[in-house]
Design a protein around this ligand. Structure first.
Ligand code: SAM
Ligand code: SF4
Length: 325
């Protein structure tokens, strides 16, 4: 079992397999970064897999592949199959913008991927294009349909932004309910890489929008999930709210993040990280395990997003496209 310095069990590893992306979402990567990590600095799947084995042997039971856009990384299905073959009961999931999903869905399923989280911020083509920086909606919706058709369990992530897509909260919820997908509304997390003019919606404001039409019952946090769940009494539909600004968000944090370059990141908010690259390149299992142990010891108690007014909030310097959100 992996335990951090505050006694929290860490059993969830998120791996960003690339920082590159085919979208330029305003809240994540509105401009192409000045420089990408050169390809030669990326860990190979074999090197990443060495660490994955250390993590699984230590007690990790859930692995999520993310990015950047993970479907841009070549041969992703091979990596999925490596993890699945090593430990078939690992809860193996992927977060994607779905632009390339209709072609990839069956291949990913066959490789052993179990679940998908898909980002969908708007059902209006012009709004989706404004957020992502290009015309994306048609392909994203096709990708979602394909994922459901091949039998994936799908969750939808939406980041509501004031004056942009905040009028679509109920529409996205209805779209998800029709397709038996859970939607999770994510509070916009301020960061220095995003378009600084953006205004996110606080969890309370998101709930108020839902309450304009429905009565909601609080269900609570599901284990160590970052999502706080609610039930719509009129329809029986369950949705989630990911609210990192809330003070109790970090109490049950069970995750660590690994970047494509091999940085092990204990908290999404902070810039601190330690590299496993040198160890895995040498095949040094003990070295990688030592880095993991140190990162766990030093995992911060909580992030610094707060419930203060947006203007007074601290801003994280960490790029979501590097860490994978
Ligand atoms: N490209 C994939 C995608 O968009 O689903 C995976 C990587 S993306 C960084 C993972 C998740 O982080 C997405 O659901 C995205 O909406 C979310 N995200 C990115 N930047 C964010 C921000 N500033 N605040 C809240 N969520 C953010
Ligand atoms: Fe790309 Fe995902 Fe970031 Fe959008 S949120 S720019 S799709 S990595």
């Amino acid at each position: 079992m992996l335990i951090d310095g505050y006694g929290r069990e860490v059993n969830y590893l998120r791996i960003s397999v690339t920082e590159r992306c085919n979208f330029r979402c305003q809240y994540c990567m509105p401009e192409k970064p000045f420089s990408w990590v050169p390809k030669e600095n990326l860990l190979t799947f074999e090197e990443l897999f060495l660490f994955v084995k250390v993590a699984i042997d230590g007690g990790v039971t859930k692995i999520r592949l993310t990015g950047g856009e993970p479907l841009l990384r070549e041969d992703l299905d091979t990596f999925i199959a490596m993890i699945h073959t090593y430990k078939p009961d690992v809860d193996l999931a992927l977060t994607t913008n779905a632009f390339l999903l209709s072609e990839a869905a069956q291949i990913l399923k066959d490789a052993g991927l179990k679940r998908l989280n898909i980002s969908l911020d708007s059902l209006k083509a012009d709004v989706a294009a404004k957020i992502a920086g290009k015309d994306v909606l048609g392909r994203v919706l096709e990708g979602i349909d394909k994922a459901l058709e091949v039998g994936f369990k799908v969750k939808i992530n939406m980041v509501p932004l004031k004056g942009i897509n905040d009028d679509e909260i109920l529409d996205i919820m209805a779209y998800c309910q029709e397709r038996h997908m859970k939607v999770r509304f994510i509070e916009y997390m301020e960061n220095t890489h995003a378009d600084q003019a953006l205004k996110g919606m606080h969890g309370r404001e998101i709930l108020d929008r839902v309450k304009e039409k429905y009565t909601i019952k609080t269900l609570g946090r599901e284990g160590a999930s970052p999502s706080f769940n609610y039930l719509i009494e009129e329809t029986g539909y369950e949705f989630g709210l990911i609210d990192p600004h809330k003070h109790d968000f970090c109490e049950s944090c069970n995750r660590i993040r690994l970047t494509a370059e091999g940085y092990l990141i204990p908290c999404l908010y902070f810039d601190e990280a330690m590299s496993i690259a040198e160890s895995v390149k040498k095949g040094d299992i003990q070295g990688a395990a030592n880095v993991l142990a140190q990162v766990l010891r030093e995992k911060p108690k909580e992030n610094r997003w707060s419930e203060e007014e947006f203007e007074q909030r601290e801003i994280s310097k960490r790029a979501f496209y590097e860490t994978g959100g």
